[in-house]
Write a protein of this length. Structure first.
Length: 165
């Protein structure tokens, strides 16, 4: 498995100013075993450079992650707070995400990830994990059905032998 390293600009050696207490946004690009060969390493470096070029390095952090389980539509990126999942990331999409989402504050709905969360394991097998779609995400929890309390079982009655030897 390749590490998330590019020959142009190494994110591991790329330093953001230490003055960033808590970033306004955090962007995580998948560099897992399926997204890495699709050029995800270079995209992490490109996004980090775009953030600096636009003067956002005090507000936005960029990091590479392992598999985000969106293998069929990768490379993918998740942005927090949110989470907002973007799919099929390329340089053009990243430039637009920086301009519209990071600068103007408007996430780009046409790039949102939609689908079943599926991690492709080496050997061609897939692992499916149900996950709500971004548009269906709600902050309220569904009501739980009420159950009548079950009676506690009583301990068995034991006969006591008071005879002492």
């Amino acid at each position: 498995m390749k590490a998330c390293v590019s020959t142009q600009l190494l994110v591991s050696h790329f330093s953001f100013p230490y003055t960033m207490d808590k970033p306004r946004l955090r962007a995580y690009l998948c560099c897992g075993p399926n997204c890495g060969p699709k050029g995800a390493q270079a995209l992490v470096d490109f996004l980090a450079a775009e953030v600096v070029r636009n003067g956002l390095d005090n507000e936005i952090s960029v990091a590479a992650t392992g598999c985000q389980a969106h293998c069929e539509s990768g490379p993918t990126m998740v942005v927090y707070p949110g989470p907002i999942y973007y799919q099929m990331i390329d340089r053009g999409r990243l430039s637009r995400i920086v301009a519209e989402h990071f600068i103007e504050g408007e996430p780009i709905k046409e790039f949102f990830w939609t689908g079943i969360r599926r991690r492709i394991i080496p050997g061609g097998q897939s692992q499916v994990r149900p996950m709500p779609m971004p548009a269906q995400h709600t902050h309220s929890t569904p009501p739980r059905p009420e159950h009548e309390p079950r009676p506690k079982p009583k301990p068995p009655v034991r006969e006591v032998d008071d005879f002492k030897w």
